[in-house]
Write a protein that binds this ligand. Structure first.
Ligand SMILES: Cc1ncc(C[n+]2csc(CCOP(=O)(O)OP(=O)(O)O)c2C)c(N)n1
Length: 321
């Protein structure tokens, strides 16, 4: 696909926003400013953005416990997300969800999910709705390599294919499930698994926005055209630990420095678009500055924002007492 300047700038802005959001949450969490439990997505930006840049508000995604990048790529309000992570009343979910449960149905974001393998069954429901209501929407389930072993995921592969649902299963394989390397826990290959359920699969370098975008294009077209599900095996690396505070003793010495130096999706993107004279460094630098200012503002506002009140505990619940 040919990209115009606006599309390229938008893709870069989205990846830069995810990266800066994550780096800043890391910093603030380390200083004790952020409550709760946080899993960072930094390093995996090209996957979320390469896929979600094909989607609009009628398309639904379901995320994992590592959900900030998917939310930002799907257009969820960034200041509202920061407020949410700080547990503030003006957060996207009223401060009651926190990092692991950010959802915004108006943006087609069904939620980050504390249950590993929780996204695929949810997304089959969304896909079924899209199919029967003929909205033209597709549904994308993100799951990790660890989550790919959950029964819920494999059952979803089956049902999505049996019912010919407009689904894309995206296995984001960062090589570890918590501290367990995938070589110890994943049998066979993701592509063979897809084949076993009768759906096409594609393997892609998750640090290359263009590769992810192209692979996603085929899968999403297929789903939109009524030709059923497919699977993307996206290989990437995470820049931080499994969760914030993880000592990462299971990673080789120098592994993260190497990944940051050689597999940084933002650097790869910048090099590609400037070498091809599609964009200039100055345009990208300007986005860097704008995003840095936005994230600064998000943190300042979140620090000073109000917490939910006692009365808020009784809103947005299914049962009233
Ligand atoms: C059903 C369930 N089992 C176990 C856990 C604990 N847990 C949280 S994250 C995680 C590892 C997930 O690894 P992966 O799916 O590869 O995603 P990644 O963290 O690498 O992005 C586990 C086992 C959980 N949250 N839910």
């Amino acid at each position: 696909m040919q990209f115009n300047r606006e599309q390229l700038l938008e893709a870069y802005r989205s990846m830069r926003t995810i990266r800066d959001f994550e780096e800043r949450v890391h910093e603030e969490f380390s200083g004790g400013g952020i409550p709760g439990f946080v899993h960072l997505y930094a390093g995996e930006e090209a996957s979320a953005v390469g896929i979600c840049s094909h989607l609009d508000n009628r398309d639904m995604i379901a995320s994992t416990h590592r959900g900030h990048g998917h939310c930002i790529a799907k257009g969820v309000d960034v200041p509202g997300m920061m407020m949410e992570i700080y547990g503030r009343r003006n957060g996207v979910c009223g401060g009651k969800g926190g990092s692991m449960h950010i959802a915004d149905l108006s943006k087609g974001m069904m939620g980050a999910n504390g249950i590993v393998g929780g996204g695929p069954p949810l997304i089959c429901g969304a896909a079924m709705t899209a199919k029967y209501k003929k909205t033209g929407g597709v549904a994308v389930a993100f799951v990790g390599d660890g989550g790919s072993n959950q029964g819920t995921t494999l059952e979803s592969y089956n049902l999505a294919n049996v019912w010919n649902l407009p689904v894309i299963f995206v296995v984001e394989d960062n090589g570890y499930a918590e501290s367990t390397a995938s070589g110890w826990s994943v049998s066979g290959t993701q592509l063979d698994r897809a084949k076993g359920f009768g759906m096409p699969g594609v393997e892609v370098d998750g640090h290359d926005f263009f590769a992810v975008h192209e692979a996603a294009s085929e899968c999403i077209d297929r789903a939109r055209n009524g030709d059923g599900p497919s699977l993307m095996h996206v290989k990437l690396n995470r820049f931080f630990g499994h969760f914030e505070g993880d000592a990462m003793t299971y990673r080789e010495e120098g592994e993260i420095q190497r990944v940051r130096a050689e597999r940084d999706s933002l650097k790869i993107f910048r090099a590609r678009v400037t070498e091809m004279a599609l964009l200039e460094d100055a345009q990208l630098d300007e986005i860097d500055a704008q995003v840095a200012a936005l994230i600064d503002q998000c943190v300042k506002e979140s620090e000073n924002a109000a917490a939910p009140s006692e009365a808020d505990l009784l809103t947005d619940v299914y049962v009233t007492y």
